[in-house]
Design a protein around this ligand. Structure first.
Ligand SMILES: [Fe+2]
Ligand SMILES: [Fe+2]
Length: 247
């Protein structure tokens, strides 16, 4: 597949989410910085855009060879708003609710045991704990406020009604808060990657140390994709829907 370097990088991941890992490795933020083009990002990371396109093409070829599925565009990329919300809840919110307690415990344990020799673990524990605290509140706000309001909009559209009146004013307001919180989470993940030296376990690291880094790296991958789906696929559709119903 040819790659248009003027397209937002978010679209490249929506077309094929297997590209997320490579973009991540290159330092290209496709979730919170997803509206910037591949050309702009290449300049930002100091790599010729032809090199980045070549790396993506190579990753596409490898992914295609590894996969029995001919097309990589996932069902969620073309899902409607209620389906997309259900997908995000099923896949990403469920994952976080399941893993967050264990990650918190592990970060605490590893910092307590190895913090003397590896002081970065103390900082990793602090950032991880703050990130998980923020995510706890963030998921609740989406589940209890933003997503139910969004479903009221889709129901109003189906019934041929105008946009309902919300206590928060327009739905753009809670979305703006979610976007800010996504930015915070992205910064925390970048800091964790830097402090852990790209999740490299030192030679004296025990099994718990290794497991913590595996869990944090998995959290990073999952959260990047989660934020991408909300920032670049779901929220633009919701804002468009609200505008349509208001006009
Ligand atoms: Fe979410
Ligand atoms: Fe979110």
């Amino acid at each position: 597949m040819s790659i248009d370097t003027d397209r937002p990088v978010a679209d490249l991941v929506t077309d094929d989410p297997r590209r997320a890992r490579l973009l991540n490795d290159l330092g290209i933020d496709f979730c919170c910085g997803g509206q910037r083009s591949l050309a702009a990002w290449s300049e930002e990371i100091g790599r010729p855009v032809e090199d980045v396109v070549a790396a993506l093409a190579e990753a596409d070829r490898t992914a295609l060879a590894d996969s029995a599925v001919a097309t990589a565009r996932p069902a969620w990329a073309d899902a409607n708003v209620p389906e997309l919300i259900e997908h995000i809840l099923d896949v990403h919110h469920t994952y976080l609710w399941e893993r967050m307690p264990a990650i918190r415990e592990l970060a605490d344990k590893v910092a307590s045991v190895h913090g003397d020799h590896h002081p970065e673990l103390i900082e990793i524990r602090r950032i991880t704990t703050a990130l998980l605290d923020e995510l706890d509140g963030h998921l609740r706000k989406e589940e209890q406020i933003l997503f139910p309001l969004t479903l009221q909009l889709t129901e109003a559209e189906a019934a041929g009604d105008r946009a309902p009146a919300f206590h928060c004013g327009r739905i753009a307001n809670p979305i703006r808060v979610m976007l800010l919180e996504h930015d915070h989470a992205g910064e925390a993940l970048a800091e964790l990657r830097r402090l852990s030296n790209g999740y490299t376990v030192p030679e004296d690291g025990c099994a718990s140390y290794r497991l913590l880094y595996e869990e944090l790296e998995q959290l990073e991958g999952d959260l990047h994709l989660h934020v991408h789906k909300e920032n670049n696929v779901l929220f633009p559709q919701v804002l468009e829907l609200e505008n349509r119903l208001a006009s």
